[in-house]
Design a protein around this ligand. Structure first.
Ligand SMILES: C[S@@+](CC[C@H](N)C(=O)[O-])C[C@H]1O[C@@H](n2cnc3c(N)ncnc32)[C@H](O)[C@@H]1O
Length: 347
């Protein structure tokens, strides 16, 4: 049998995918060390200077940087000078929508150890619970550093969804927008910067709400309210928005969340779900969509990304009519739904 070598492009591509975790882990290392911030955007630095600034030994750092440079992340010159590439530039904390938080997050202990237990999901278990003995949000509450990293990663997610949602939907008619599970308020900040009339309220868990600094509240236009959506949602908004919230939950919990919104909403209020719609055919969909779907499985078990039909069915069950799906410049779409008047629902 002829020997199969790396001349086979399929073999070479699969080989790199098999070792993808090594790249992710090295990216976390350099992000934790702040390497990208220590290299001037338009200049460079020497290995020794960089290692000293990071407080590490030059040689192991060089080996990591060389490996990343082979993927176009940082440039390592023959003489040892280190400079930026377009990819490494995205790891600077001052890059717009920086990917530094994502680099630190994906292989942070909570997620990393849950993925080790992925097999548990195949027989109905929840990998995160097997790894940590507790649910994801309870874990984050007990690990504040990782929780704030999660909030920062959500606010600067690679999909750039908050800016895209603000640009794609006309919020000008709203006076009050509730962002349920709105994290540190990033989506509302983008929306209220673009639309001057509305005010906003974020309902999220207590530790998340408490961590938001006053300068993030746009001079009082944003209010942070601590609470659980499962205990009810306040009344009074024109728009009830949930971005990447339902994907954290299985169908039964989604039904409870939607019911809480439906109960609070006036007849003319609207519900907006910012979600990455799952394309059932993987040949047509984006890899990031299936990766986030499996991330949900690793973290929450039954939580998942959904197709339009699955959203429609959840909404119908909860007393809403799906009105339209608004695409955005990011992979996120906005599913717009309106409460159906009691007595008008299909039986
Ligand atoms: C995947 S994050 C999405 C954050 C934000 N909407 C965004 O798009 O960046 C889910 C959010 O739901 C919040 N959350 C989890 N359980 C909740 C609950 N019971 N009530 C309200 N918010 C909750 C989390 O703290 C987190 O901020």
């Amino acid at each position: 049998m002829a020997e199969l070598g790396m001349a086979d492009p399929e073999r070479a591509a699969l080989d790199l995918l098999l070792r993808g975790f090594q790249v992710s882990r090295m990216l976390r290392l350099v992000a934790d060390l702040g390497v990208a911030d220590r290299i001037a955007p338009d200049g460079g630095t020497t290995l020794d200077e960089l290692a000293a600034a990071c407080g590490v030994h030059p040689q192991p750092l060089m080996r990591v940087l060389r490996a990343l440079a082979s993927f176009g992340i940082f440039s390592v010159a023959a003489g040892g000078g280190i400079s930026h590439t377009p990819r490494s530039h995205l790891l600077r904390t001052d890059a717009p929508n920086s990917l530094c938080h994502a680099a630190r997050f994906w292989t942070a202990p909570g997620s990393w150890r849950a993925w080790e237990e992925l097999d548990a999901a195949m027989t109905g278990g929840v990998p995160h619970e097997v790894a940590w003995g507790q649910g994801r949000f309870a874990y984050l509450r007990e690990h504040p550093q990782e929780a704030r990293l999660f909030d920062a990663m959500m606010a600067n997610f690679p999909d750039n969804r908050h800016a895209a949602i603000a640009a794609a939907y006309d919020f000008s008619g709203a006076r009050l927008i509730y962002d349920i599970g709105g994290g540190n308020g990033a989506a509302l900040r983008h929306i209220l910067a673009r639309f001057l009339a509305p005010r906003g309220l974020v309902l999220d868990l207590e530790d998340v709400v408490r961590s938001v600094q006053p300068e993030g509240l746009m001079g009082g236009r944003i209010t942070m309210q601590a609470g659980s959506v499962f205990d009810g949602v306040p009344a009074g908004a024109d728009i009830y928005m949930m971005n990447r919230v339902l994907h954290d939950w299985g169908d039964q919990d989604c039904a409870r969340i939607l019911h809480a919104c439906r109960t609070a909403m006036a007849p003319e209020a609207l519900l907006l779900l910012g979600e990455q719609i799952l394309e059932p055919d993987p040949a047509q969909g984006r890899p990031s969509s299936y990766l986030i779907d499996t991330q949900m499985m690793a973290m929450f078990g039954r939580a998942r990304e959904r197709t339009v039909d699955e959203f429609r069915s959840l909404l119908t069950e909860a007393g809403f009519a799906l009105r339209r799906v608004v695409p955005t410049a990011s992979p996120i779409s906005i599913v717009e739904a309106a409460p159906v008047a009691v007595g008008m629902q299909e039986s």
